[in-house]
Design a binder for this molecule. Structure first.
Ligand code: NAD
Length: 441
């Protein structure tokens, strides 16, 4: 089978690489000429564990190709995946111009039956817009070519994307014809054969499933952060409370870690978009509005602790920062809490020294030379007045505390991810601040 994937970002590249890995003939398309040029030279634009090897291996086998020319890519293909970005519009709704542009291109250039599958996260009702855009383009050239549309939202997590794609908890597919169902069944057979379930439903429900899933996860994060803040006030320890509630199988242990708020390219925009969809239908999604408000506040909790520690005077204070990406194992900084925290530090006159294992190149796009970047985590602590941990990269979990003590001017550590033990930090002579634990006693 030959398929085309339009949009070669995180989702498109992982989807393309994984389908080619199981033997499918894949062409990935993007409008970004430089990106495609690089990919054709084996240069991968994003950091995702295992992705580079998989792409290079399948390119060599001739099963994975990259091009900017959608017309050529469509030759002989039966399925087209749309995996372009759906960034938030000014009012919070998902901007569908890239998705509709791909649908138009498809209508312009397809010469035979095509199943057009939306993998991008799109609001309920988008498939109708895709169908209409394709039809309008076909009508313009008086072509009567059959096509189907389907929704196949992607649930991969950056940092574990390959594993998530190859071994999904579930594959959700929304469609409305037997032909589309047969195609999707055979395309995903290599994955479902291993016991990973595929759930077929109508298109609207599939579109809704993606938003409901991300909103549920964001809700868990904001809930635990809200409870963490209260723990701190009343003298409870969120680390203990988390274990206490997580052992109830109805609640579970996953996604109830306190921190400095959710970020990334999905949760913030998807929560916003679902609130917007609801309001367009005159429905008030009160829970999600609160989830968003709590998250906004949470991104500043660690900054406020640093600010208070220095009695509101950050001018000339040097803050060492470990971790810039919105979570470990990715260089993605979209909506990362580090952006709010560093911007606030800079606005208050602080000097910021940073280290991240993979996101520093990306950070340079945001901060240029207003902060400094170090290739070694300890170098970022030289002459620093404190350390702030913003991403829980594994290499930060067991650092050399003696070196940290030696390098820091004041042994103050602000841990936005609760990766250290309060008692041990105190024993080692640190002033330690984390989330949801009153560490002053
Ligand atoms: P991305 O920004 O990394 O990549 C999008 C790509 O689409 C870019 O390379 C861009 O140049 C290209 N593009 C835009 N218009 C195009 C066009 N007309 N023709 C060809 N290429 C075009 O985005 P992403 O993170 O891969 O996300 C894509 C979609 O998948 C979004 O809707 C997102 O919400 C959803 N999603 C993302 C993730 C994630 O973890 N990143 C997970 C699940 C779902």
């Amino acid at each position: 089978m030959k398929i085309v994937i339009v949009g070669s970002g995180y989702v498109g590249l992982v989807t393309g690489a994984c389908f080619s890995e199981v033997g499918i003939d894949v062409t990935c398309v993007d409008i970004d000429q430089k990106k495609i040029e690089n990919l054709n030279n084996g240069i991968i634009p994003i950091y995702e564990p295992g992705l580079e090897d998989m792409i290079v291996r399948n390119m060599k086998k001739g099963r994975l190709n990259f091009t900017t020319k959608i017309q050529e890519a469509l030759e002989g293909a039966e399925v087209l995946f749309i995996s372009v970005g759906t960034p938030p519009d000014e009012d919070g709704s998902a901007d569908l111009k890239y998705v509709v542009a791909v649908a138009r291109d498809c209508g312009k250039y397809m010469n035979d039956y095509m199943l057009i599958v939306t993998k991008s996260t799109v609001p309920v009702g988008t498939s109708k817009k895709v169908r209409q855009a394709v039809k309008e383009e076909l009508d313009k050239r008086n072509a009567s070519i059959e096509f189907d549309v389907a929704s196949n939202p992607e649930f991969l997590k950056e940092g574990a994307a390959i594993n998530d794609f190859l071994k999904p908890d579930r594959i959700v597919v929304g469609l409305d014809t037997p032909r589309a169902e047969d195609l999707m069944k055979s395309l995903y057979k290599p994955f479902t054969l291993n016991g990973h379930p595929i759930i077929f439903m109508d298109i609207v429900s599939a579109e809704m499933t993606k938003y409901a899933a991300n909103s549920m996860l964001a809700t868990k994060i904001s809930f635990i952060n809200d409870i963490a803040n209260l723990c701190e006030i009343v003298g409870a320890d969120i680390n203990k409370v988390r274990k206490g509630i997580g052992s109830d199988s109805r609640i579970g242990t996953k996604f109830i870690y306190p921190g400095i708020g959710y970020g990334g390219s999905c949760f913030p925009k998807d929560v916003q978009a679902l609130i917007r969809t609801a309001s367009e239908h005159n429905y008030d999604l009160k829970v999600l509005q609160a989830v968003e408000a709590v998250n906004k506040n949470q991104k500043l909790v660690l900054f406020n602790k640093i600010y208070n520690y220095f009695d509101g005077d950050l001018k000339g204070k040097t803050i060492g920062i470990w971790g810039l990406s919105f979570k470990p194992q990715t260089d993605d900084m979209r909506e990362a809490p580090s952006l709010s925290i560093i911007n606030n530090l800079l606005e208050h006159g602080a000097i910021v020294k940073t280290y991240d294992p993979v996101a520093m190149q990306e950070a340079k796009h945001h901060f240029g030379d207003s902060i400094t970047y170090f290739e070694d985590q300890y170098e970022a602590l030289i002459d620093a007045d404190c350390l702030a941990i913003l991403t829980e990269w594994p290499e930060f979990k067991f650092p050399n505390f003696k070196i940290m003590q030696k390098l820091l001017n004041k042994s103050a550590v602000f841990d936005g991810r609760n990766i250290y033990d309060k008692e041990e930090m105190k024993k080692d002579g640190f002033e330690y601040y984390c989330i949801g634990v009153n560490t002053s006693e």
